[in-house]
Ligand binder design. Structure first.
Ligand code: BGC
Length: 367
């Protein structure tokens, strides 16, 4: 195995060092092989004409999500690549082979749509999302697509309501004939001026828009207040909605998971915070996740732990212990989960060395 890896690295460097050859190689690749690949690829697209079953069982759908990973910092950046991640076909293959059953694909639609009615989504961006969804579904990875980082909506819900619903109308129409392995998550981490009360109203409207074209699609609905477990008690889903998975995010203790995070003011002061799995530390995780699970039992809704992770500035032993404990505890509570995230600041894969960060991968998937 080592021999093969070394050989592979040598060949990549070799190609990069010979730029004229590389340029020629690229032209040949793009002009010749890529169209051939995409033709072949189209032949294995998910069968778009297959009608969806009228009702999926959301508990079964949640089991299908199982163990997942967020493809974060790619399509949720202002533009793909701005945050250092450009999705690769290989990522989906690696994720599937490592034993994951789903991917969550965060998407910043609001950066790729008109700002006046009818708020048309850029067709090039739509095609890119199609590609990512196909990469997942053709490998039998379930895929959750969301609306991520719609910052303007959080700041001014009233002024962005029509645009948000128009985005969902277009997304839902585009994917209405896709297989049931594609799930729609209405909005990532409602926060700010999008209060729990306003969110309850808006999610109801978005559900109506989605249901108009997707009566059988499983929809994922998160909590206000940044997707926290504590906001579950404020979440109201129309009782008639029977094909919903409820999602929460978990980053506690926050001073541990977000130590040194550049986007969290003051977090440098938390550097060095460890998580060693003491009885007290474990009890806190058990209590928090059980609160979410209990809400799910009372309301008869399956629970998806759609994000959890610890930033790379925490020590790797603590990250591994915490990640393993949260994942196993979620499973013990019959939750599906998706680790935040694949190959960036929380990442379990090193895209430069092209190798898994093994302790974190095994923490998530022990087998
Ligand atoms: C955000 C990311 C952030 C992560 C952890 C996600 O919901 O979209 O930008 O890195 O939470 O804070």
């Amino acid at each position: 195995m080592i021999g093969i890896n070394l050989n592979f690295n040598f060949r990549v460097n070799d190609v990069l060092n010979k730029r004229p050859f590389f340029l020629f190689f690229s032209i040949v690749l793009v002009a010749g092989i890529f169209p051939a690949c995409s033709r072949n690829f189209k032949a294995v697209l998910p069968v778009q004409s297959t009608p969806q079953p009228n009702h999926s069982d959301p508990f079964q759908q949640n089991r299908r999500l199982g163990r997942g990973i967020n493809l974060g910092n790619a399509l949720d950046a202002p533009h793909e690549g701005d945050w250092g991640v450009v999705l690769q076909e290989d990522y989906f293959r690696l994720i599937k082979n490592a034993g994951f059953s789903s991917v969550r694909i965060p998407i910043r639609w609001s950066a790729h749509a008109g700002t006046n009615p009818p708020y048309t989504i850029d067709p090039v961006f739509f095609a890119r999302v199609d590609w990512a969804v196909h990469q997942a579904l053709t490998r039998n990875l379930a895929a959750v697509i969301d609306v991520h980082h719609y910052l303007e909506l959080m700041q001014n819900p009233a002024a962005n309501r029509a645009r948000f619903l128009a985005l969902w109308k277009q997304i839902a129409n585009r994917y209405k004939n896709y297989p049931s392995g594609l799930l729609f998550e209405i909005l990532n981490e409602p926060n700010g001026r999008l209060t729990p009360e306003l969110w309850n109203g808006l999610l109801k409207e978005a559900l109506a828009v989605i249901r108009a074209s997707n009566p059988g699609r499983t929809v994922v609905i998160g909590t206000a207040e940044w997707g926290g477990i504590s906001a579950l008690n404020k979440l109201q889903i129309p009782p008639a909605e029977q094909n919903a998975v409820v999602t929460v995010h978990y980053y506690n203790p926050f001073h541990f998971t977000h130590q040194g995070a550049e986007w969290v003011a003051g977090s440098d002061a938390w550097l060095g915070t460890a998580w060693r799995g003491t009885p007290e530390e474990k009890t806190a995780v058990i209590r928090d996740l059980d609160h979410a699970a209990e809400w799910g039992r009372v309301h008869n809704r399956p629970i998806f732990l759609g994000e959890f992770g610890a930033y790379h500035k925490a020590d790797i032993v603590s990250r591994t212990l915490w990640t393993r404990f949260v994942a196993r505890q979620a499973e013990a509570e019959n939750m599906s989960w998706a680790y935040w995230e694949f190959c960036s600041g929380f990442g379990i894969y090193d895209p430069v060395k092209k190798e898994w960060r093994a302790p974190l991968l095994y923490a998530l998937i022990p087998e």
